[in-house]
Design a protein around this ligand. Structure first.
Ligand SMILES: [Zn+2]
Length: 375
């Protein structure tokens, strides 16, 4: 039940985009894995990293992120599961001697799973001093998780999705959007970026993302004693004010009908994506690549296509590449050029210029290319 119930075995860098001081650095800790179960932790941590990478806006911002895993073994496997919880559920009564003391039934809620967050933070910061966010994978198949200063989640089959939701709380200050615990919000504007009590079109928190044609409020809840499960009155992805936010059924509004902070496995809404990007953007490495207006010259044989100026870009950069024409040869009858994009895998994109010469004579070509990177 204490740090004496386990051992810290050191760390491994799973995602490396350069020195930690510049990147947003996430550290994944293991809880409730016995020493001979640590290979399973490696698999579980990899699955979480893959899931995070596949979730926007993390895909686009991947170059800003470093990830470590810290191997911590425990005396026992799993987490505590109190028999009596206070929410009417019945647990197994299991107790497990583990390094971070994780238990289900935090705050009398069975699915709330957490342990000693101060110990988790200290362990992460001791191993990885530049840690920005800490997640703990708890080796127990029961559904559960929680987000505070540290994100906790179990190895339930949906664990990676729980983990990303909890990371939304712990690292990006996002609030739940599932409106399940309180009839009516007592008033006051919450600090979190994805919840508001303000229905004024000019002043509401995400006013800049709301189309003028979208009605406000966009959806109200006719019965504040029940979470509103009605279909959206507007197209999916429309940003507006949907009543039912945080844990309140009425009086608080969320930005879209659905969001990762409301239901696991759906996309983050535009406001949550914007909040996550705002945290990650300062951690992106500087864009480096061929300069705008760089000149190229060469020749293309008769009836051939030449491939020019191939560059690999990390997938986080949105690169716009254009070719400008110069004398003596410009596109014309039999001569064309194009910018090609090839996505070899999700992490790298290759761009190249192709010049096709369908005339019966070799040609000399000159041109310039312009490149713009957009974040
Ligand atoms: Zn959201």
């Amino acid at each position: 039940m204490t740090a004496a119930d386990g051992t810290v075995h050191g760390h491994t860098k799973l995602v490396d985009h350069g020195p930690d001081a510049g990147r947003w650095t996430m550290t994944i800790l293991s809880e409730g894995y016995q020493e001979d179960e640590l290979p399973k932790f490696h698999t579980d941590a990899d699955a979480f990293v893959d899931k995070l990478f596949a979730t926007q806006p993390f895909t686009d911002m991947w170059c800003a992120i470093n990830v470590y895993r810290v191997n911590v073994s425990s005396t026992d496997s799993g987490a505590d599961d109190p028999a009596v919880c206070g929410d009417g559920t019945v647990g197994t009564g299991k107790t497990a001697a583990t390094f971070f003391d994780a238990t289900f039934c935090v705050n009398n809620t069975r699915r709330l799973l957490a342990g000693n967050s101060a110990r988790a933070l200290l362990t992460a910061q001791t191993e990885v001093p530049e840690t920005d966010a800490v997640v703990v994978i708890v080796n127990d198949p029961q559904y559960g998780g929680a987000g505070g200063t540290v994100a906790w989640f179990s190895t339930d089959p949906r664990a990676s999705e729980i983990g990303i939701h909890e990371l939304g709380h712990s690292a990006f200050r996002l609030m739940d959007e599932y409106s399940d615990a309180m009839d009516t919000w007592p008033g006051g504007e919450p600090l979190q970026p994805n919840i508001t009590a303000d229905t004024n079109r000019a002043t509401t928190k995400w006013a800049g993302l709301i189309n003028a044609a979208t009605p406000l409020p966009t959806q109200t809840n006719p019965d504040c004693t029940t979470t509103n499960t009605a279909a959206s009155p507007v197209a999916a992805g429309t940003v507006g004010l949907f009543e039912g936010g945080g844990r309140a059924r009425c009086g608080l509004y969320r930005p879209e009908h659905d969001c990762y902070m409301r239901n696991l496995g759906v996309d983050f809404c535009a406001v949550c994506r914007q909040a996550i990007r705002a945290v990650l953007v300062p951690h992106l490495p500087a864009f480096s690549g061929p300069q705008v207006g760089t000149q190229f010259t060469g020749s293309v044989p008769a009836n051939a296509t030449n491939r020019w100026f191939t560059y690999d870009w990390p997938a986080c950069w949105h690169v716009v590449w254009t070719v400008m024409t110069d004398a003596p040869v410009t596109p014309g009858p039999g001569i064309t050029w194009d910018v090609n994009v090839e996505r070899a895998n999700r992490r790298h994109v290759t761009y190249w210029i192709s010049i096709t010469n369908l005339t019966d004579n070799p040609i000399g070509v000159t041109g310039r290319y312009a490149i713009v990177a957009k974040v």
